[in-house]
Design a protein around this ligand. Structure first.
Ligand code: NAD
Length: 461
């Protein structure tokens, strides 16, 4: 949770309510000057080779790895997730700066082709200045996933991190700036006012990760200058449990994927559709896993589920649960008496239906909703009954049948007997209203670059 005063943004520990630190808010009227500085710096940056750019970025990667313990503590204090996950996020990002940048460079290598009359080279050039606007739930991994490809492509970047997690974002930028030339990577602190000003400024590309609502506003604002946009948005991920699924495995996945990061994950499992013949067994197994997850301050030993990022987020989650209960859902696990603090216990609901908001709008909390089905067709219909389409999972003993169900789901990434992430080199992609453009993979990396085609005539015989 953050509190904005006139000129500073205070970052508040969501587990304790204590102030972790503060940063100066960037006055919105300064943003054009920041963009002009980025434009000037970008020219020289774009002239460097991929190897030169990667070597400079790798310096920051090493700083992140060296400081992983210290920055992991900062991340947990600011955002709430368990310390091991906070430290792992910092270290993982640091270690992957160089390999990620190399993968991007490979995707952006010029391609040659020719036919009888023409020799063509297809280039992947930088756009110019990229605005990267990010959320708080993976407060270093989300900036990393936009900043590294944008920089590797030869763009200058202006990062506008979430107002909830400014300190760890500042630390990420400071680490990278130990190796980068002045002005190539800058940071803007603030909330929607600064985000809007950046979107409306003279940037060339807007790479955004965040909610569907904000994504729509950005797409609309960017239309004015026909700016390029890449939007990674929210989800309402379904999981289908077929009657022949390994129930222990399915229940473990369901619990971990619903409650990890206190459910504050874009690809959290939020809707579970279980074959009615195995629903009781599945539900009981899921409750057993939920019982093992200790809730508390992420800095404390043994805690697996930290707080919600803010009181506002907690209220949103509990309001959805309460409304579902009043409409007839049963809370089969999870007590959430009114109280201080931002904690929400892992909660499992059954008897839900699609008239309830909790089955339609993103919850973004540690809540799993179970609805039963009586045929594969019904399961697919329910899973697809949403404007979202980020991730999905299907669990079943017969892989062929489960894969056929998976192919019918209108999501960008679908896991069969696993989470939705693909093998390395796969895109991170949302379907329907969960995304507009995407990143990772050869095609994803290329969204940070302008394609240009230069052709020469071939000599006639
Ligand atoms: P959010 O949309 O509220 O904010 C995201 C960022 O946008 C913040 O930096 C915010 O200050 C900025 N912003 C707000 N209004 C703006 C505007 N009008 N113009 C420009 N910028 C603006 O999202 P959040 O609460 O920070 O993050 C949670 C959301 O992010 C969830 O919906 C989650 O599913 C989504 N998310 C998606 C992915 C993905 O890969 N698809 C990954 C992580 C999170």
């Amino acid at each position: 949770m953050t509190v904005t005063t006139f000129q500073t943004l205070a970052s508040i520990n969501p587990a304790t309510g204590e102030t972790v630190g503060e940063v100066p808010v960037t006055p919105a009227e300064d943003i054009p000057k920041i963009v002009a500085k980025a434009k000037a710096a970008q020219k020289e940056w774009a002239r460097l080779s991929f190897d030169e750019r990667i070597a400079m970025m790798a310096v920051g990667g090493k700083v992140l790895v060296d400081k992983a313990e210290e920055l992991g503590r900062l991340l947990t204090a600011e955002m709430g997730k368990p310390l091991a996950e906070g430290t792992g996020e910092v270290k993982g990002c640091g270690m992957s700066v160089e390999p990620d940048a190399r993968e991007v460079a490979e995707a952006l290598a010029p391609e040659k082709r020719e036919d009888k009359y023409t020799k063509t080279t297809q280039y992947f050039d930088p756009f110019g200045v990229c605005a990267a606007i990010t959320p708080w739930n993976f407060p270093i991994a989300m900036p990393h996933s936009l900043v590294i490809p944008a920089l590797t492509a030869g763009n200058a970047v202006i990062l506008k991190p979430s107002e909830e997690t400014p300190l760890i974002a500042q630390a990420f930028v400071d680490a990278l700036n130990e190796g980068l030339p002045e002005g190539v990577l800058q940071i803007v602190h603030g909330a929607d006012e600064q985000g809007k000003a950046l979107v409306n400024s003279d940037v060339d590309l807007i790479a955004f990760t965040g909610s569907r609502e904000t994504g729509k506003k950005i797409l609309s604002a960017a239309s004015d200058g026909l700016k390029r946009v890449v939007l990674e948005l929210g989800g309402k991920d379904p999981m289908i449990v077929l009657d022949d699924a390994d129930m222990e495995k399915a229940a473990r996945f369901a619990a971990m994927n619903s409650f990890r990061n206190a459910g504050q994950v874009c690809v959290s499992t939020e809707r579970i559709y279980v074959d009615q013949s195995v629903a009781e067994k599945f539900q009981n197994a899921m409750i057993e896993v939920a019982k093992t997850l200790k809730v508390g301050n992420g800095a404390d030993e043994g805690v697996r589920v930290g707080p919600m990022i803010s009181r506002r987020q907690k209220d949103h989650v509990l309001r959805q649960v309460d409304a579902a209960r009043k409409a007839g859902a049963q809370v089969v696990y999870g007590e959430n008496p009114d109280g201080e603090g931002n904690f929400v216990q892992p909660t499992i609901l059954s008897g839900v239906n699609h008239d309830m908001e909790i089955m339609r709008e993103e919850t973004f909390g540690p809540v799993a909703c179970i609805q039963t089905f009586s045929s594969d067709d019904e399961a697919v219909e329910l899973a697809n009954d949403t404007p979202f389409g980020l991730g999905a999972a299907v669990f079943g003993g017969d892989e062929e049948r489960a894969s056929q169900v998976a192919r019918r789901l209108e999501a960008g990434m679908i896991g069969v007997n696993k989470g939705c992430g693909g093998a390395s080199g796969s895109p991170w992609v949302g379907a329907k209203q969960s995304g507009y453009g995407y990143h990772s993979s050869t095609e994803g990396h290329r969204q940070f670059a302008q394609v240009r085609v230069v052709s020469l005539p071939k000599p006639r015989d």
